[in-house]
Design a protein around this ligand. Structure first.
Ligand code: GLC
Length: 462
């Protein structure tokens, strides 16, 4: 058993060992390097996982890997407008890719969900790709890459895919179940928070990176959507004591433009756990809003990305951190940080997950604790000036992460046990630790992923 006198050094070595090569160039990192577990697709480079590694590379002089990654994933982007099924939609980015030897040469094989367990579509990949492109430009000043015509085209394909009018008229993105970090059935279809927060960040990245000539009107559409999306999220997703009281007194069946209860939420759908759990001080964004639906669960990545990207107002951001501090044992526990709270149990577990044994209560996506979420917590804490909170979270990680061989996730109400099926040497757990150390040591790095306050929220025509 290694001693981990120097956890940072060991983490650096482990990150280095996870680097994936294509034609002699470093192009990404594999998801996990666990020889004792079935590889499944953990030997591939996932777009969402790579973002954590990429931010470490951008802050440690390895920008070349990020540039290579951005270039090769762009070549994998779905480029054809098709009317048939079984093919990714125009503009989509893969969930993951691998390098295979074929006919004596190396080829890249992308997975858009057609091989993934349950065939889930990775909507977050194209959003993360734009966020990462902007981080790369911020870190290197290499605007020429984003200005290249293939990059401008790639961004436009993603934006068209997201901004196209489809079957609804919400400013949020309508997506199927399991289309982001939670890539299994978990009742996260419709308008899940994480996708909306990443959508907002991708739009803000596009606003910075799109060239000003706007012949197709995409740039104008991006700016307009940003205002509507911010208003929608800040008004309808927000939950705190005052909102609880409003919802509790909602009337149902309101018709037309003057309706206050726009989504026809019934007070009796407010779960008892929420009424007991919500502190007097603090608040957060709901996990999902739809017709007759508020998913009251706290989803960590979406809430923390809202803080980091300024999707939440300054006041809301500070309230989200207050909530984390006030509910520390539930949300952070013994390993930062819980992916969502609370777990769904009993009949809800049966209905939400389809009896999924990997997602039993307080495990994996259903209330497990994920070390990768440390960096999101540290970044949000640094942004809102909660340095002590960030340091406390890092300390918890330091005590166990290396000893436990960098697991993918932890189980239990407080994250005490290494996850039942957790991979060891999970790359984004390793990278999150390194990135968190970087962010504390040099808060300037925050600007790679954060955005300035945005007061352009525009009321929606609902
Ligand atoms: C699991 C996670 C997903 C991650 C992948 C690779 O499927 O749910 O978010 O990208 O593993 O680590």
């Amino acid at each position: 058993m290694p001693t981990y006198k120097n956890l940072v050094e060991d983490a650096q070595k482990a990150l280095e060992a996870s680097i994936m090569y294509y034609k002699g160039q470093a192009v990404g990192t594999i998801a996990a390097r666990d020889r004792d577990a079935l590889a499944l697709n953990y030997d591939q480079c996932f777009v969402r996982d790579f973002v954590s590694s990429a931010l470490v590379f951008l802050t440690t002089g390895r920008e070349d890997i990020v540039r290579n990654f951005l270039e090769i994933t762009l070549t994998l982007q779905s480029q054809e407008r098709r009317m048939d099924c079984f093919k990714p939609g125009l503009g989509l980015m893969p969930a993951s890719f691998k390098v295979e030897l074929r006919g004596g040469g190396e080829v890249l094989i992308a997975d858009f969900g057609e091989h993934a367990i349950a065939r889930v579509t990775p909507i977050d990949s194209c959003l993360w790709w734009m966020i990462l492109l902007r981080a790369y430009v911020k870190a290197t000043g290499d605007l020429a890459l984003a200005n290249r015509s293939d990059f401008q085209h790639g961004m436009r394909l993603i934006l068209r895919l997201c901004l196209e009018t489809r079957f609804d008229m919400y400013p949020t993105l309508l997506v199927p179940d399991g289309s982001f970090m939670i890539d299994r059935r978990m009742g996260v279809y419709g308008y899940p928070l994480e996708i909306q927060a990443l959508f907002y960040a991708a739009l803000r990245s596009a606003e910075e990176l799109l060239l000003p000539n706007d012949l197709d009107g995409i740039r104008t559409a991006v700016i307009e959507r940003l205002g509507h999306l911010a208003f929608h999220m800040r008004s309808y997703y927000w939950l705190d004591m005052q909102r609880l009281s409003e919802i509790y007194h909602y009337k149902g069946e309101e018709f037309g433009i003057s309706a206050v209860n726009k989504f026809n939420i019934y007070a009796s759908s407010i779960p008892a756990w929420f009424i007991n759990w919500l502190p007097d001080e603090g608040g957060y964004f709901a996990g999902n809003i739809g017709p007759g639906l508020i998913d009251f669960r706290f989803f960590t990545l979406g809430n923390l990305m809202s803080v980091i990207t300024s999707l939440s107002t300054k006041e809301q951001s500070s309230n989200i951190l207050t909530l984390v501090a006030n509910r520390w044992d539930d949300l952070v526990g013994q390993m930062p940080m819980k992916i969502c709270f609370p777990a769904v149990e009993d009949r809800d577990w049966q209905l939400f997950t389809g009896f999924d044994p990997k997602n039993v209560p307080w495990s994996y996506h259903n209330g497990g604790n994920w070390p990768v979420l440390l960096w999101f917590l540290v970044a949000a804490a640094v942004k809102t000036g909660n340095i002590q909170l960030a340091e406390n979270a890092i300390k918890l990680t330091e005590a166990r992460l290396g000893k436990d061989l960098f697991p993918e996730y932890y189980d239990g109400k407080n994250g005490r046990l290494i996850g039942k099926e957790a991979r060891r040497y999970q790359t984004w757990s390793i990278a999150a630790f390194l990135l968190s150390k970087q962010l504390i040591a040099n808060p300037e790095h925050l600007k790679l992923i954060s955005f300035e306050e945005d007061n352009r929220a525009m009321a929606c025509e609902f």
